[in-house]
Design a protein around this ligand. Structure first.
Ligand SMILES: [Zn+2]
Length: 392
């Protein structure tokens, strides 16, 4: 593959220290299952180039105190890029997960020159933005064929497009691609210590998405298509979905479906928007509140099934739609718990506030977290499996 890369071991060290905090060389060698000599060699370069800093000592078994290494957070950043059907947003994110204000550019991904536009916009940012970049993380509603680095996304109108190679070629930076919901889960795992290894993350908004970790990895399935919760059949006689099937969960409780229902029910005028629906509920419109309560109930029931299948320790709810979660909640919790066995009814639910930079942060996390499953294997740079290697 074209493109400059951070060495696998170096990148693994960055990701490990980013996730766990300061570590000694011996501890890093143990966790990465490589020899201390290799770690010493890799860290020398990282310290010289200002990515890692020696920050003092900790007691060690061997008598001599071990020097701890930490990230020099103000030096290096990754560019997190989120692609949706109508725009592209990007932000520089440091190793500790702090994102700069994101920039958004309108773009129709189905247009014939969309890929060239993306390469142009991202290339421009790489050349003119401040600070050095470690790489580019791309989060999008689709999946990557790892073998040949081609991206497919029905939502974006792409079938096996070579965007990763185009971007690497244009920027000379390593490019990491991941399904957007998986990217969020990787960021959650990377930055949130309170999440246990087995958690499921669900997003609500235009689409309904889901990612789950299995052991310490993101579970992707055989073709990268795991977690398509929005396309679970909930109503055999339901409306046609964007995916071509009928009666998917998304056709009931996706943003567009809720807005359509609100128009049909006379809650909104013809041509009304999701924002207006949110506003109606916030103003106390009982019918709007009832619609959200009903949506929460549908989601709760569906997620109960998910819990039966994958048994997560925590359920994280996020996505653009959580800004009105308080309206979903009255339907959600009772429906979820009513469909769980008694001993699982105390399942922990975490609602993650949504911010402008959340996707970009997730995308950037790909760069920091990705090396982990590439330690000892140079076969793939694009599929990330999280931090989440062995013991991390
Ligand atoms: Zn569908």
């Amino acid at each position: 593959m074209a493109g400059r890369k951070v060495g696998d071991l170096s990148a693994a060290l960055i990701g490990l220290i980013g996730a766990r905090g300061p570590l000694s060389r011996a501890e890093a060698a143990r966790l990465l299952k490589v020899s201390p000599a290799r770690v010493t060699q890799a860290t020398r370069t990282l310290v010289e180039s200002g990515i890692l800093t020696e920050i003092g000592t900790a007691p060690s078994d061997g008598g001599r105190p071990a020097i701890l290494l930490d990230l020099t957070t103000d030096r290096r950043r990754a560019l997190g890029v989120k692609i949706t059907p109508n725009h592209l947003a990007f932000s520089r994110v440091d190793l500790a997960g702090n994102a700069e204000e994101s920039t958004s550019v309108n773009l129709n991904t189905a247009a014939p020159d969309a890929l060239e536009r993306i390469v142009q916009v991202v290339g421009e940012e790489v050349r003119t933005g401040s600070g050095e970049l470690l790489g580019i993380g791309l989060a999008l509603p689709g999946s990557l064929d790892e073998a040949d680095a081609l991206v497919t996304s029905a939502v974006l109108g792409w079938h096996r497009v070579p965007l990763p190679d185009m971007l690497e070629h244009a920027t000379a930076l390593p490019v990491f691609v991941e399904n957007d919901v998986n990217a969020l889960a990787i960021a959650a795992r990377l930055y949130d210590d309170s999440l246990a290894e087995d958690f499921a993350l669900v997003t609500i908004g235009i689409g309904i998405g889901c990612a789950f970790t299995m052991g310490t990895r993101i579970y992707r399935g055989a073709h990268g298509g795991a977690g398509e919760l929005g396309h679970i059949l909930v109503d055999p006689d339901g409306a046609r979905c964007a995916c071509g099937l009928r009666g998917c969960l998304e056709t009931l409780i996706g943003d567009n479906a809720l807005t359509d229902r609100a128009v049909t029910a006379g809650i909104l005028p013809s041509g009304g928007t999701k924002d207006q629906l949110n506003a109606a509920a916030a103003a106390g419109d009982q019918r709007a509140l009832e619609l959200f309560r009903w949506a929460g109930e549908q989601l709760g029931r569906t997620l109960a099934s998910l819990v039966h299948v994958v048994d997560p320790s925590v359920l994280v709810v996020s996505g653009e739609g959580v800004d009105v979660w308080s309206f979903w909640e009255p339907g959600f919790s009772p429906a979820l718990r009513a469909h769980l066995p008694r001993h699982r009814r105390d399942l922990r639910i975490v609602v993650r506030e949504w911010g402008e930079d959340t996707w970009a942060r997730g995308a950037a996390a790909l760069v920091f977290a990705s090396p982990f499953d590439r330690v000892g294997s140079s076969s793939s740079r694009s599929q990330v499996s999280s931090l989440l290697h062995e013991g991390a």
